[in-house]
Design a protein. Sequence first.
Length: 245
Amino acid sequence: MTDIDLSALASARNGSEPLRGYLSTPSGPGPWPGVVLIHEIFGLDDVMRRHADRLAGLGYLTLAVDLFSSGGTARCLVATLTAMRRGHGPAFADISAARDHLTGSIDCTGRIGVIGFCLGGGFALLTAHDGYAAAAVNYGQLPRKLDAAVAEACPIVASYGRRDRSLRGAAGRLEGALEKAGVSHDVKEYPHAGHAFLNDAEAGPRLVRPLLRVAGIGPEPDSAKDAWKRIALFFATHLNQRSSP
């Protein structure tokens, strides 16, 4: 587990400078399939790093990219949200830079997935057509042109919470679009979960955590256990293959 500098790769794609990431490496001999992890709205914090470590424990060389590297959450959030809404911008270049790092690593088999949470879930959905073998979308915002976004997407596993008022009906709409596009998928909505339910601890500034709790935003262990089980199975199915030479 180490922090790495992705600035050169980001610069080549007109992305952010500097650009940092957190690389979590499985134990034992490689190479391993890779996973790009895209953090939630509060940034690349300890909760997100533990998600990366969890995936490494499943046997995936996991690189969590810090989309707020160039100025922190306060400075970068608006630009990052704008990029997601428009479907282009530095954030997409930064995600591609993280994928490039894995693709160029001798420790990676060449099969790479993408996983995102909250803000990152939206980006995982929007980049699911970008050369990945599988995508895990966790309570990610749906794009306005959903059918176009998933038309050539890789297989997608997605998890939403029914108590997440900001994404009401998103699971059903996403599943319908994936069915229409003929994309292999596993979409599930958890009745007792809200937003950010896969987190293993409360996230965000301490002053706002009571408000998040009241809004039902935060960990829901039973739903999270099942969602992680589905993600593990989905990634095992789609990533644990050797790329053709």
